[in-house]
Design a binder for this molecule. Structure first.
Ligand SMILES: [Zn+2]
Length: 567
């Protein structure tokens, strides 16, 4: 049994691809088509195109392409059947099957049981006075409780309730509501249902209301077929339209912060579910906004968190600002005390992370009284973040600002920044190479790379000598990279090199340091390789090569053999 072909055609024709994809990425018009930053790979300039006339999308960067169904399959991580159901439900199009009957998937069953569990928790909120009192004491209003559909999990009961409603024990467990079949996972907790972007309950966050030694303050659903913490942000289903409209999001730490800001009229907000930010979070945010506001504690831990979050978010092209809250306040307490207007004024004064760090070192750590070594360390830390900004003009702006704030010459900062950037680009390059698989070098190549790394003054001589030889060898990409770098840089990055290259560079004593010998062996190696290539060609294309072509290859081979013996 499957979907009727007519139904699939109808579905595709009824759904406007522009509207659908526009919910995930910011589309801009480009002639008859629409363009956006690709949601399927990281990029800084748009190569993802949507053609409303044909109903198709295509990315010139990662080659992703297809129609509305395949788009949903990829972006929501669904299979074909799930994607079709998802779209039918979203656009209220009745599903038609080739024959009647309807198989519920496991995911459908989990969604249903979670929805029913939410009903149960909501019914329980007012049965006991404690949870309700807990919320109202923290300033959460009745209307917010209704809006966020908050509930309460009593000591036990959800299992019996759900079993009576006809759900399988197995599905209840898979939905993350129970532990080892018989026990409620959430006990005596305020329940925050966590929704996906289409307002379906995918999991729960529970906050304890009575202090307990052996229970965590917050407890989330475990990973289930419909719930994964590192891909979700709490509240985004409520706030996404506000976020898109204003082009920024305030990321807060928990559900209570979210509830408080939202209730006080600060709608551009979402909360991480008790995990560090991931690349997936950054990609999710980028679908709605380009600016992110975060608040950090003004201490060493806060500093580290700021740097880490910044790297992940800036890597996806997001602008990251640190909200400068008064000592002892968090977003929740601040907005309750001073109101929404003051909060927005605070946002206007927020600094991008590099400036935030500079201020931190100036004000919290008394930069000017530090030793030279400590000063340099702080400066490096700041410049590391500047180097993550993929925009030379902005980088220049920050360097000028930081130089004047710290009272150090701008040029010194610029040359240090260049070193860091070179190092980063080499690091990126090495990572890409490693992804492609381990590169294997011959002993001769190792000797060459090693020699270059430690004798950078000989680089141009080597390059002149090896032209026409080096290009055919496996080490060529590494060779090129080494040629661009200073020896000093090699020292900086030694610990980040791939095993192969590290091994080469550390075996400096065991390889010859006679440049003439190295050059000769490399040339011979290259010639051998070229001869092998010719033999390979002659063998593989024996039938398709013309006599002239064969003769030409044989002549080349003879010439190479002569060259080899002349060396
Ligand atoms: Zn792409």
């Amino acid at each position: 049994m499957g979907f009727s072909p007519d139904f699939i055609r109808e579905l595709k024709s009824l759904i406007n691809i522009e509207d659908l994809i526009g919910e995930y990425v910011k589309l801009e018009r480009a002639g008859s088509r629409l363009r956006a930053l690709c949601p399927f790979h990281s990029e800084k300039t748009p190569s993802f195109y949507v053609n409303p006339d044909s109903g198709l999308f295509h990315c010139f960067g990662c080659k992703a392409s297809g129609d509305v169904i395949s788009f949903v399959e990829r972006i929501e991580n669904l299979d074909f059947n799930e994607a079709v159901k998802f779209l039918a439900e979203k656009y209220n199009i009745p599903i038609k099957y080739t024959s009647d009957g309807y198989d519920k998937t496991e995911k459908d069953a989990i969604f249903d049981v979670l929805q029913e569990a939410q009903n149960y928790y909501r019914q329980n909120l007012k049965k006991d006075s404690k949870p309700y009192k807990y919320l109202t004491e923290r300033g959460i209003l009745e209307e917010t409780i209704e809006f966020l559909k908050l509930g309460f999990a009593p000591e036990s009961g959800v299992i019996n309730y759900l079993l009576k409603k006809g759900f399988d024990r197995d599905v209840i467990e898979k939905a993350g509501l129970t532990i080892s079949g018989g026990i409620d996972r959430f006990r005596k907790r305020i329940m925050f249902p966590i929704f996906n972007l289409f307002d379906k309950v995918v999991g729960f966050g529970g906050r304890i209301i009575e202090k307990s030694e052996n229970a965590p303050k917050y407890l989330n659903s475990p990973t289930t077929p419909v719930f994964e913490k590192k891909t979700l942000l709490y509240g985004l289903n409520f706030s996404k339209d506000y976020i898109r409209k204003r082009d920024f999001v305030i990321l807060v730490e928990g559900y209570m912060d979210f509830a408080s800001l939202f209730q006080n009229g600060v709608f551009e907000v979402a909360a991480a579910l008790g995990t560090a930010f991931t690349e997936r979070h950054a990609k999710l945010i980028r679908r709605f906004a380009s600016k992110v506001y975060l608040s950090f504690d003004a201490d060493q831990a806060g500093l580290k968190a700021a740097i880490r979050s910044f790297e992940i978010l800036a890597n996806e092209g997001l602008f990251v600002y640190a909200i400068d809250l008064p000592e002892g306040e968090d977003p929740d307490s601040f907005v309750r005390k001073f109101g929404k207007e003051s909060f927005y004024i605070l946002l206007e004064g927020a600094n991008e992370i590099p400036i935030f760090l500079t201020k931190y070192f100036l004000n919290k750590e008394d930069f000017h009284s530090k030793s030279l070594r400590e000063k340099l360390e702080s400066i490096k830390l700041i410049l590391e973040t500047v180097s993550k900004i993929d925009d030379r003009v902005r980088q220049g702006y920050y360097v000028r600002e930081i130089a004047s704030m710290l009272d150090v010459p701008e040029n010194n900062l610029l040359s240090e920044l260049k070193k860091i950037s070179d190092k980063n680009s080499f690091r990126t390059y090495v990572k890409q190479e490693e992804k492609k698989g381990k590169v294997l070098f011959s002993e001769e190549e190792k000797a060459l790379l090693c020699f270059i790394a430690f004798n950078s003054q000989k680089k141009s001589e080597i390059d002149r000598e090896l032209k026409g030889y080096i290009e055919t060898l496996p080490c060529y990409p590494f060779y090129q990279k080494l040629m661009e770098l200073d020896y000093e840089i090699i020292g900086h990055i030694a610990h980040e090199l791939p095993e192969e290259l590290k091994e080469i560079l550390s075996s400096v004593d065991s390889v010859t340091s006679d440049l003439r010998v190295i050059l000769k062996t490399i040339k011979r190696l290259s010639i051998k390789k070229q001869i092998e290539n010719i033999n390979e060609k002659l063998k593989t294309f024996a039938d398709s090569l013309t006599d002239d072509e064969k003769l030409m290859l044989l002549n080349q081979k003879v010439q190479l053999q002569k060259d080899f013996h002349k060396l």
